[in-house]
Design a binder for this molecule. Structure first.
Ligand SMILES: [Zn+2]
Length: 484
């Protein structure tokens, strides 16, 4: 027991602040958004089970020019358009059982004030200056690119087929060049740990050449008067990434609520997709260093879903709507597929066929079948349930510390197979009540342990199983996952 806890009775909770990347809200959410929501939620729930005090944040990246353009295309006022799309992200999170504690909107005044505070601190440190700039700009990424960072057609790799705009204007710049060596040391020493290692190495090789200063504002005209106004200059708005990253701070009160901010910052974990690693591993720490603020501790970088072996894109018309799957098969079925059927460190493939296959073999025939077989046998033999203390299986916690959701679930499905084997070899239905009872009591304990261990992954299913095998007697229920 620590000294901060002299009574020795109440365990000291440590705080765990985790962020989900904030989605662009220029369109409705797709399966990739669901994937990241689910991953963040599992990590947050796992820390809750461990006894940590957890805060999970997400929000809307609302200040991008893309949003303004998409709103224009839809013939709607920007705020109205954004609010509608944000709502669909928020609804997705509810339907998926994601426990976001904070949903911070970037168009919110609280976020504006907070981002202006970050700007002022960087400015005070002498890292912000004004200069004329001309460059190739990808509106999709909200990023200037050097010619050698583009594909053969002169387009960015994230948005093939989209022409870059040549932009010239006077902007504010951030002296990123001051931070090459500092950031290199921070990443090398794991002061900010990047998982997986190959993504860290990718950033370190990017840092082999000196960082160039970056534009952090744009004219009101190019911004179409949308976004956070630059403090002290009413002709300019902040570059979207400068304020977007700051949502991780504004959502917990940076610049507006000191007590809450000091309680939660720094972030213990940023969860992001591979496409935005440079912003999180390089720009963001540089802004924070400049403002003399604490650095996040860890960044977990996941890969993407392809669909039927192809990159998911609007052009190809193969964008998967997660809502359809939730409505048809339930949130836990989608959660299971995203977590079990993809390595977080490699692109995974989503297809209807693969989804149905996983549902039938692992959920209906695997977990669901085991639970209903044992429940029926226990009901028939009137087995009394002992509610022993449960804890998360160490194979699950070890895998989760490394973000291997797939390994964690694999370990529990191996337990399911083991339990199935016991039933098939001992055939409790052929035995007397006296002979069958100890076998069933053991099986029930195993199932309760599996149910408890998969609680962060499949919260609804876990609860249903634990409720079913609650003392003293069992009344068997409808199957958890009826076969498709
Ligand atoms: Zn792009």
């Amino acid at each position: 027991m620590s000294e901060a806890n002299p009574s020795g009775k109440i365990p000291v909770m440590s705080k765990f602040y985790i962020t989900n990347a904030i989605p662009y809200v220029n369109a409705k959410p797709h399966i990739g958004h669901a994937l990241e929501f689910i991953q963040s939620d599992v990590i947050a729930r796992y820390h809750k089970v461990k006894g940590d005090e957890v805060l999970l944040l997400c929000g809307g990246d609302e200040n991008a020019i893309k949003n303004v353009q998409a709103a224009e295309k839809a013939g709607k006022p920007v705020q109205e358009f954004i609010d509608e799309n944000t709502k669909s992200f928020y609804e997705l999170s509810k339907k998926l059982n994601i426990q976001f504690d904070v949903w911070q909107k970037a168009s919110d005044i609280k976020h504006h004030l907070s981002s202006q505070e970050l700007w002022r601190l960087c400015d005070k440190n002498g890292d912000i200056y004004k200069k004329k700039y001309k460059g190739l700009y990808c509106v999709g990424c909200e990023l200037f690119y050097a010619p050698d960072e583009l594909n053969e057609q002169g387009e960015c790799f994230e948005h093939p087929g989209k022409k870059l705009e040549e932009v010239e204007e006077e902007n504010y710049f951030f002296k990123l060049s001051n931070y090459t060596e500092k950031i290199k040391k921070i990443l090398e020493s794991n002061e900010i740990e990047i998982v997986p290692e190959f993504r860290k190495n990718e950033m370190l090789s990017f840092l082999k050449s000196d960082l160039e200063d970056i534009s952090i504002s744009r004219s009101n005209k190019r911004a179409k008067n949308w976004g956070v106004p630059v403090p002290g200059d009413d002709t300019q708005r902040m570059y979207v990434w400068f304020d977007a990253l700051n949502i991780y701070q504004s959502g917990i009160g940076f610049g507006t609520d000191k007590e809450t901010y000091n309680k939660w910052w720094p972030a213990d974990l940023h969860v992001i997709g591979k496409g935005i690693i440079r912003f999180h591993a390089i720009y963001w720490p540089a802004f924070l260093l400049s403002a003399n603020l604490l650095l996040p501790k860890k960044i977990f970088v996941h890969e993407y879903f392809t669909v039927n072996g192809q990159k998911m894109s609007k052009t190809l018309g193969n964008v998967v709507d997660p809502m359809e799957y939730i409505e048809k098969y339930g949130a836990d079925a989608l959660r299971y597929f995203c977590l079990a059927k993809m390595s977080p460190f490699q692109d995974g493939d989503f297809s209807d066929e693969k989804f149905v296959q996983a549902f039938n073999s692992d959920l209906a025939n695997g977990l669901g079948n085991l639970v209903s077989r044992v429940a029926k046998l226990a009901e028939k033999n009137d087995v009394e349930i002992e509610e022993k203390q449960l804890s998360i299986n160490p194979n699950v916690s070890n895998a989760l510390e490394e973000f291997r959701f797939d390994y964690a679930l694999e370990s529990q499905w191996a337990e399911i197979t083991k339990a199935d084997r016991i039933i098939n070899s001992k055939k409790p239905w052929e035995l007397s009540k006296e002979e069958a009872t100890p076998i069933l009591t053991d099986l029930i304990q195993q199932i309760r342990s599996i149910a408890f261990s998969i609680q962060p992954f499949l919260p609804d299913t876990s609860k249903k199983i634990l409720d079913l095998f609650k003392g003293p007697h069992i009344t068997s229920q409808a199957p958890l996952f009826p076969r498709i």
